[in-house]
Design a binder for this molecule. Structure first.
Ligand code: SAM
Length: 324
């Protein structure tokens, strides 16, 4: 089929119920702007059945897929409990999550409802973290700029929310097609270039490079193959992928709020929270999570539009399948 714009027939998801919101906010509490984005992703993804064999490409530390599959952590665990030494990670673009403690042991209160056959990521520290969650049957350290060491036509469900991080995107998409079973579902969450319109990057002249670097912390540089909707759809077509559904699920309003969030001060917040007594940390976290469950409720709605013209999508869910 020609890669034209096909709107999804699937109705908009409801606002995430409180339990899901709470589980995500609990895990990502010091970056609430990431928490609501993850909830939006999870709501969009909830319409997809994870048929086995399944694969989560660029799964990172696995926490998103663990929570999406219904997993539950004890309150003392979150993604900030095991980060790089914040005294040494002073470079503003350093990835503080690219680190795993020898005794990393997330405390799990509830197992996920299903497991995913394979997870991949190029960061071995993240793979090591993902291995502790019990949500992946196998994990493969792999850089997606190279062909995957996986057989042809194997997977019924392929998920990736980080395709635009890969430089050799066209080769990666062709390789995704190769590993997918005939009729299998490929679910991609892709950001759109329009996101830049809703960030302060748009005001470089007034704000200056230094200020923007403090806010951005290297985000935009991590997305070498970000593009607009028509370019994504042309890439899918060129890779032999048919579009089954295309659903926008993050708006410019979400991007405006996410643009600043707590990103610039997060390293200081994490350092402070990891330095205090665990009892006090738990108490502050509980009140914080309660507050953000209320504060973020409106932002967990996929079509939120608060500012004029900010309803343009900045992230899409594509369901693709290998073209005949
Ligand atoms: C925003 S994170 C998303 C992680 C995870 N999917 C999630 O939802 O939490 C992007 C991930 O892509 C991974 N990544 C970036 N470039 C990659 C590449 N070339 N090959 C494999 N993984 C890559 C990063 O290590 C990181 O874990």
């Amino acid at each position: 089929m020609q890669s034209s714009v096909i709107e999804s027939a699937i109705p908009a998801p409801p606002v995430a119920p409180l339990d899901k919101r709470r589980r995500f906010i609990d895990a990502y509490w010091l970056r609430p702007e990431n928490a609501f984005w993850m909830v939006l992703r999870s709501d969009a993804l909830a319409k997809i059945e994870w048929k086995s064999p399944s694969i989560d490409l660029s799964c990172g530390d696995g926490v998103f897929s663990f929570l999406h599959a219904g997993g539950r952590f004890e309150p003392d665990f979150d993604v900030f409990s095991s980060v790089a030494d914040l005294n040494r990670a002073s470079a503003p673009t350093a990835d503080i999550f690219d680190h795993v403690d020898d005794d990393y042991q997330p405390s799990i209160a509830g197992r996920p409802r299903y497991t995913i056959d394979v997870g991949t990521d190029h960061k071995t520290s993240l793979i090591a973290k993902a291995a502790e969650l019990g949500v992946y049957d196998a994990l493969i350290p792999h850089d997606h700029n190279h062909p995957m060491p996986l057989p042809d036509a194997k997977f019924e469900t392929v998920y990736c929310n980080a395709a635009y991080w890969v430089d050799r995107i066209d080769d990666f998409l062709r390789d995704i097609r190769r590993i997918t079973a005939p009729g299998g579902n490929i679910v991609l969450h892709v950001k759109l270039k329009d996101i830049k319109q809703f960030t302060f990057a748009h005001h470089r002249e007034e704000l200056g490079d230094r200020w923007l670097n403090l806010i951005d912390r290297g985000r935009l540089a991590s997305w070498p193959t970000l593009c607009n909707r028509s370019t994504w759809e042309r890439r899918f077509c060129d890779a032999g992928l048919e579009i089954v559904a295309a659903e926008p699920f993050v708006t410019g309003t979400h991007a405006h709020i996410w643009d600043i969030g707590l990103r610039p001060i997060a390293p200081l917040l994490i350092k402070a929270m990891n330095a205090i007594h665990p009892h006090l940390r738990r108490e502050i976290k509980r009140d914080w999570v309660d507050l953000f469950c209320d504060l973020l409720e409106p932002f967990c709605k996929s079509d939120l539009d608060l500012f004029a013209g900010s309803d343009a999508p900045v992230e899409m869910q594509y369901i693709l399948t290998p073209a005949h």
